[in-house]
Design a protein around this ligand. Structure first.
Ligand code: ADP
Length: 261
């Protein structure tokens, strides 16, 4: 996946909010990328533009050979269902369906024949091979997020987008989910992009991108949680409203405001 000069502006004229100010980014196949940044820095907008849920004001988003920005809503929906996977903070499982039916949902939505052997395989990969017949309410939070991960992986998507996947989990179950994301990358060759507030979670990624005021201002590879937390703390300024400060806090640290990664 490749983003080139991606800008997203909300509103016009003096009221315009520049949520993304020119994102250049390549996500290689089989890589695990974390995205961090203060509240209002553009993380959600980035994820939505990359995943074809929102349209950039300008710039290019390519998945394999496909340019997303020109696609119709219908084609984007098909692309999301067949070529992307999603994991959310709140799991977003359907309570009336069994675990197996939840995992098979992306196949049904894509109009494919539900492949129960594939569901069993991917449930086994997340350690829930014996839970296919349960309802989500019968599982713990960590188990529910593992079902969501199985659902995200079932179609072998080209990119998995994870939005605060451990935000609702305790430390131990968060570590289990992160280890599964890591092994999806290492063993299955998945490509994962994860937005997180948690430096410990971000340290599972190959690379951490730091967003501030709509731009990638830095990246760390193979960072440890302490280094990631230290980098984050230089971006967080409780006294400055997002997009309101003419001299943003990171500009005092000699960090370029726009970094091609
Ligand atoms: P984050 O996920 O890092 O908190 P967002 O991507 O949600 O950041 O927001 C980036 C900026 O864009 C913020 O200033 C936010 O207020 C603004 N923004 C986000 N969505 C909208 C919208 N629908 N309309 C107007 N402004 C928006």
């Amino acid at each position: 996946m490749e983003l080139r000069a991606v800008q997203r502006q909300y509103g016009k004229g003096s009221r315009a909010v520049h949520a993304l100010r020119g994102i250049d980014l390549a996500l290689p196949r089989g890589s695990f990328t974390a995205v961090m940044g203060p509240s209002g820095s553009g993380k959600s907008t980035f994820l939505q533009c990359a995943a074809g849920l929102d349209r950039p004001t300008s710039g290019s988003v390519r998945l394999g050979g496909t340019e997303l920005t020109g696609l119709s809503e219908n084609k984007l929906t098909v692309l999301r269902r067949t070529r992307l996977g999603f994991v959310f903070q709140a799991f977003n499982l359907l309570p009336s369906l069994t675990v197996e039916q939840n995992v098979l949902l992306p196949m049904r939505l894509a109009g494919r024949r539900p492949d129960r052997r594939r569901a069993a395989e991917v449930l086994a990969q997340v350690g829930l091979g014996d839970k296919g017949g349960r309802r989500p309410s019968e599982l713990s939070g960590g188990q529910q997020q593992r079902v969501a991960l199985a659902r995200a992986l079932v179609t072998m998507p080209e990119v998995v987008f994870a939005d605060e996947p451990t935000g609702a989990l305790d430390t131990t179950t968060a570590a289990e989910v992160l280890a599964l994301l890591r092994s999806a990358v290492d063993s299955l060759g998945a490509t994962v992009v994860m937005v997180t507030h948690d430096p410990v979670a971000a340290a599972y990624a190959d690379r951490v991108l730091f967003l501030a005021d709509g731009a990638i201002v830095d990246s760390l590879s193979q960072g440890d949680p302490a280094a990631i937390a230290a980098r984050m703390s230089t971006l967080t300024s409780p006294n400055s409203a997002p997009n309101a400060s003419p001299a943003a806090p990171w500009q005092h640290h000699g960090i370029p405001t726009r970094t091609a990664v």
